[in-house]
Design a protein around this ligand. Structure first.
Ligand code: IPE
Ligand code: IPE
Ligand code: MG
Length: 254
């Protein structure tokens, strides 16, 4: 049940511990204006800035942004190149503010396919911010949930083959710890903009019990107030985790 203090205000004690966002709709935003798709991505990077700031201000501990999927490598070369350049610009432009606001940056995904320059920048930013504790910003880049799970299986299998892990000892926690998200809480809320009702290979394991919020807003138009509306909606829901309504209510009160 929502325990909001006043209309429009969020309950700071019940914020999602981790929000994942599928930032979709940049291409359509640009096309609707007769612009190149890359212009939509540029506009999208401004929305990223606003949403990161808003989460930091609200006190959301972890924000994961789906920036580029493994499937997105199949897009036209020009578009992929424009996206990588934007990412590089984004890191350079936001570096100071990320340091000042004590945000820890981590990446999810396989960076081996990412151009060397972007990879180096991102890894330096991770190194420079690894002691920050105010918020974690996870960038899902060249990320696919199924590939991530296959990588985790390979890690666990290698340890088992080396005699350092008993197959019978592999449980949910061991799998979670072998994923790129190790150490992060599971997402409580996954937001997708752009009107599509699908997950497109995003946090499939971690999102097992995430609340889903779909917005018709195209990503470049997504604002802090849209984010607050998504969080307010999240706070109005009862999460049952497989239990009965009565049990869930009891848990909420505890
Ligand atoms: C999301 O916007 C950004 C990425 C996938 C990199 P899209 O580029 O998918 O925009 P639409 O869905 O074509 O409008
Ligand atoms: C999902 O959007 C990936 C990102 C937002 C980075 P897509 O536009 O690639 O997803 P589909 O193709 O509509 O499923
Ligand atoms: Mg899309």
């Amino acid at each position: 049940m929502a325990r909001r203090t006043r209309r429009g205000a969020l309950d700071r004690g019940r914020l999602p511990r981790h929000i994942g966002i599928i930032m979709d709709g940049n291409g359509r935003w640009a096309t609707a204006r007769g612009l190149e798709r890359s212009r939509g991505h540029r506009a999208g990077s401004r929305a990223v800035r606003a949403v990161v700031r808003a989460c930091r201000r609200l006190g959301v501990p972890v924000l994961t942004l789906f920036a580029f999927s493994t499937e997105n490598w199949g897009r036209p070369r020009r578009e992929v190149q424009a996206l990588m350049e934007l990412l590089s610009e984004f890191i350079a432009r936001e570096w100071q503010e990320i340091m000042r606001r004590e945000i820890r940056v981590v990446h999810l995904g396989d960076l081996r396919r990412v151009p060397g320059e972007v990879r180096r920048q991102l890894l330096s930013l991770e190194r420079a911010t690894r002691h920050h504790r105010r918020m974690t910003l996870a960038l899902a880049l060249s990320y696919g949930s199924r590939e991530e799970m296959a990588r985790a299986c390979r890690r666990l299998a290698a340890r088992a083959a080396a005699g350092r892990l008993r197959p019978a000892a592999i449980g949910i926690d061991e799998v979670s710890a072998a994923l790129d998200t190790r150490g992060l809480p599971d997402p409580d809320l996954i937001i997708r903009t752009g009107g599509e009702l699908r997950l497109s290979n995003f946090l499939l394991w971690q999102g097992a019990y995430a609340e889903l919020f779909f917005s018709k807003r195209l990503w470049p138009d997504f604002t802090e107030s849209d984010l607050r509306a998504a969080i307010a909606d999240f706070q109005s829901r009862r999460r049952r985790f497989g239990l009965t309504d009565e049990q869930a209510e009891e848990r909420e009160r505890a």
